[in-house]
Design a protein around this ligand. Structure first.
Ligand SMILES: Cc1cc2nc3c(=O)[nH]c(=O)nc-3n(C[C@H](O)[C@H](O)[C@H](O)COP(=O)(O)OP(=O)(O)OC[C@H]3O[C@@H](n4cnc5c(N)ncnc54)[C@H](O)[C@@H]3O)c2cc1C
Length: 600
């Protein structure tokens, strides 16, 4: 008996020693975490830093710490500067550890000194990666030491996929470069694509790309925020106000350079690494590898007419408001057929100018709309005339306001209209792609009630350009629903920080607002980049029938799950428990040890 017990102890401790060396943790198979036995010692980090040429950053204190007495970086002057910048996208994009939506760092260090501050919700180390080699070294280090790796570019992500506690963050923000070409020959192909293209670094942001391309009268399919980067935008699909003409952002991708989780630096296009090429265009960020550069087809910058159109009630309690909104929503397929793009906001209480330098409340639809290849504002008016005629006849008290202008180029419009909203707080968003059937199968009254419940907006960013897109290699991996979509309907809810009840309620509210859209379009899906981590059946909602192929590719390129995020393809084997990332299978350690001793 005693001998047996002794053997068991010996075998167990041997197993533990070996599993620790491999990076497992004796509390269960978790990724290494600061302060646990498997976390690499300081000397190992020092050597790693040397291998990157000094690009490793140990954050010390998060950016909000300057406002917290007792924190090492406390500085009242800096606090004033950081507080003023906290609501801007640029501040969080250019900070190595910060992110836009604060619940994803668990609100662990907001600028308000009344709140607690620690670095708990932030990465432990950051590599300021500027080359593919830096990325490779980082991924290899994370794999070798079983450390959670995360990729941050701008930190815009609504799903929190670019933030992770105790992780090694690969910060690609400084991978910004731009090279235009009149024609493009994909690596390894025996043909040339006879169209202009731009090759940009994996952290390049939409604003500077639009600026550079304007110099040669070209533009890209990009988002409305200047600081959204190609890394997350294109790997999620990427919608645009130019989408109804040119397709999704990812439809214009010609080639990608990727560092795979196994550390290979590969070029993926329609002639080589085709599976990876397909997955990197829609399969989601930080899943299949790190995009270190991408070549995108550019498009001649269009002349355009754009501006605000409002169809409103001055009486926000008028009983017909939502019937009218339902009617306008039912006309979105018509607007799509006329190649109108833009963003329609439906609300029972919008604030806008009252015409006397003040503001007033309205109910109804206020939106930003665009048509291309014209400088004649009457063209926009003519498209809207039938809708306005119906509104005037049916709801004579409705107020119609059209304020559209000609713009000589996309940049001329973008410079005025890019997204200048604020960030730095807590919010979740929900969304659903809606097809023509969804928008026309109900009568206007019933459709109005759907939008009343969703309290959201409908982005006219799909339409013909997305439906008829011809991406290189035949297809990309976004949800097939995009190819039927007319609009991307979005809602959101902000909530108080450091309040678990408010956080749970916010998710429930967003879910409640999205549910009527799911019922309206049960056979459609949703856009992964503008959604929340609690979306039910996220695998198929975000990727539909493409999920199974994406999963196979994930398993092939990342057999050890070096890259993990949620909701991301193939993440099912791990879950975040508190701040730790652990194997889902509680028995993993036991099984792994058994396999280890059995030589499997
Ligand atoms: C203000 C605002 C406006 C927006 N406008 C639009 C819009 O018009 N159209 C649209 O489609 N979306 C829009 N979005 C959503 C946007 O597409 C997503 O937030 C997207 O994830 C941002 O990508 P990022 O690289 O800038 O952000 P990050 O948060 O840094 O990254 C997002 C995801 O991509 C990964 N990632 C980043 N870089 C790389 C890389 N080089 N290689 C591999 N993975 C990488 C990250 O790990 C993370 O998983 C908007 C978001 C905001 C906040």
């Amino acid at each position: 008996m005693r001998a047996f017990a002794y053997q068991t102890i010996l075998v167990s401790s041997l197993a533990l020693a070996r599993s620790e060396a491999r990076g497992d943790d004796h509390h269960g198979a978790c990724k290494a975490f600061p302060g646990t036995p498997t976390w690499p010692p300081e000397e190992t980090w020092t050597k790693f830093n040397q291998s990157t040429g000094g690009k490793l950053i140990k954050p010390g204190a998060p950016p909000g710490a300057v406002c917290h007495p007792g924190q090492p970086t406390f500085d009242a002057d800096q606090c004033a500067i950081v507080t003023a910048a906290w609501g801007t996208y640029d501040f969080h994009a250019s900070n190595p550890v910060s992110n836009m939506w604060q619940q994803f760092n668990n609100d662990t260090c907001l600028v308000n000194p009344d709140y607690p501050c620690s670095g708990e919700g932030y990465p432990a180390y950051v590599v300021n990666a500027t080359t593919a080699k830096d990325v490779r070294l980082s991924l290899e280090f994370a794999r070798k030491h079983n450390i959670r790796a995360v990729v941050k570019s701008s930190g815009h992500d609504f799903q929190g996929r670019s933030q992770a506690p105790g992780a090694l963050s690969i910060w690609v923000h400084h991978m910004q470069s731009y090279k235009t070409q009149e024609v493009f020959k994909p690596t390894g192909c025996n043909f040339t694509i006879d169209a202009p293209a731009v090759t940009v670094g994996g952290g390049s942001e939409v604003g500077p790309i639009v600026d550079k391309l304007a110099e040669i009268n070209q533009t890209i399919v990009g988002g409305t925020s200047r600081s959204v980067s190609v890394g997350g935008y294109l790997s999620g699909g990427g919608h645009s106000i130019l989408g109804p003409r040119y397709g999704l952002g990812a439809d214009s991708v010609l080639e990608v350079e990727v560092v795979t989780p196994t550390g290979d630096i590969v070029t993926a296009n329609e002639c080589q690494n085709e599976d990876l090429f397909w997955a990197m265009r829609g399969g989601g960020g930080s899943t299949f590898g790190v995009m270190t550069s991408v070549t995108i087809a550019t498009h001649p910058t269009p002349k355009l007419v754009a501006g605000i159109i409002g169809i409103l009630s001055l009486d926000i309690s008028a009983p017909w408001v939502w019937d009218m909104i339902g009617y306008i929503a039912s006309q979105l397929p018509y607007l799509m057929s006329k190649e109108v793009s833009g963003y329609a906001f439906f609300s029972g209480n919008l604030t806008g100018p009252d015409g006397n330098n003040g503001t007033a409340s309205f109910a109804g639809m206020g939106g930003e709309y665009m048509i291309l290849d014209t400088q004649d504002i009457n063209d926009m008016q003519a498209i809207w005339d039938p809708i306005i005629a119906h509104v005037n006849k049916t709801w004579p008290d409705a107020l119609v306001a059209i304020d559209v202008n000609p713009y000589p180029s996309f940049k001329a419009w973008f410079d005025l209209w890019y997204d200048k909203d604020t960030t730095g707080y807590d919010q979740y968003v929900g969304s659903r792609l809606l097809d023509k059937k969804a928008l026309t199968s109900l009568d206007s009254v019933a459709l109005g009630q759907v939008f009343k419940k969703t309290k959201g907006s409908a982005y006219l960013v799909a339409g013909k350009g997305v439906q008829n897109a011809k991406p290189r290699g035949g297809s990309i991996s976004v949800s097939p629903s995009w190819r039927k979509a007319v609009v991307h309907a979005v809602n959101g809810h902000a909530f108080l920080p450091l309040n678990a009840t408010a956080r749970a309620e916010a998710l429930a509210i967003v879910d409640d607002r999205t549910e009527p859209l799911r019922q309206l379009a049960p056979d459609m899906g949703a856009y992964v980049n503008e959604n929340n981590p609690s979306e039910p059946d996220w695998q198929h909602t975000f990727w539909g029938e493409n999920y199974e192929r994406l999963l196979q590719i994930k398993r092939a390129v990342d057999p050890e799950d070096v890259l993990w995020c949620h909701p991301c393809v193939g993440n099912e084997r791990w879950e975040q428990k508190g701040y730790r990332l652990c194997r889902v299978d509680e028995n993993y350690t036991t099984q792994a040890r058994q396999r280890y001793f059995m030589g499997v």
